[in-house]
Design a protein. Sequence first.
Length: 197
Amino acid sequence: MARSKIKQNSGVGMATSRRVTLNPKVARRSFLKLSVATAALTGVAMTTKMTTKVQAAGKKVPYAGSKIVRTICTYCAVGCGVEAEVHNGVWVRQEIASDHPVSNGAHCCKGAGAIDMVTSPKRLKNPMKKVGGKWTNISWDQAIKEIGDKLLSIRENDGPDALHFNGSAKVSTEMAYQHRKFAAFWGTNNVDHQARI
């Protein structure tokens, strides 16, 4: 009855209008439904484009003498299935394990790009230091000595809580465990993950 009540516009006196009350829950629900539908359609469209592009590039043809190794993605504890193509001991390509019981033929973006950690031309292969405004290669011994000396100096001057350990989504579960253990042995709880920042 309140919704159909007629009221006069304040300040005008002669115009009347029907009172309309919008239900914010209905508006939010409609918005969420539309968002989910849009996301689903976008995902289908992107998957179709990616599949077409992969097939067009001839990615289904394995290298001569290579072997397929069934393994799991190492980025988190879910354990999604990966079929890695290994040629002469080198991981050269990967596919989603379509019949894997955990991932059911899917990957997240980290799993889909896992091979980049091995094959990317941007991958850092040796320590580097900025000298005179330019990045230069240094030896492992020099890098370990300089970093170790700096860390010990910080600890001696300001204590173990002066250091913050920040993790990454681009490391394996085992690496994250070691990262956390190193912070604990260092003597601090100042540990976080970049996804929370």
